[in-house]
Write a protein that binds this ligand. Sequence first.
Ligand SMILES: [Zn+2]
Length: 213
Amino acid sequence: MQRFHVTVVRSRRRTLSLSVNGNGEVVVRAPERMRDAQIEAFVHAHRDWIERRLAALERARPDLSDGAPIAVCGTVYTIAMGERARIAGGRLFLPEQGREGVMAALLRRMARVRMSALVKEYAARYAFSCGAVRITSARGRWGSCSSSGTLSFSFRTALLTDGQARYIAVHELCHTRHMNHSAAFWKEVGRILPDYAKTRKELRKMSDLMLFF
Ligand SMILES: [Zn+2]
């Protein structure tokens, strides 16, 4: 059996919940007064699930070591050591220390350029009127659209393929016309990207990427 560290967070809630974050930390949320033994039994009963999640996470974890390939905004680079983060000659340079944080800042810059360009492209082509584009650190979703028309995208969209990033831009633009996931909304998405169902399916398998950086 694999060993793992469990953090218990107690709060005014009624039920127990279990999650595994990008650091491989197992977090149990529990009601304030629940006995430790009950929490332990809960973790024990979900041991298989925890081990499967930890293994899946290790498979999804981006490799930032020297020589590893990494796809950023649809181009594959080879990671190499450099004094600061930069891209040159097919290589993505990262300093020796603090690679995750440096990479996150680079992804944020690249996501901004990419998502702004995609939003502009589709807004012009399909006459969408939308507000500003924001890049966020949100982990739960790739993108969102506010009632004022501000489109927000996770900086981790920089790790997706061109087709996946296009779908996310179009999805949020379509929310400026339909603030829901109604049949009319999906019809609008399908009019612009007839293949969108395939891309949605791909993205469901990529959701673990949101746990990193
Ligand atoms: Zn949506």
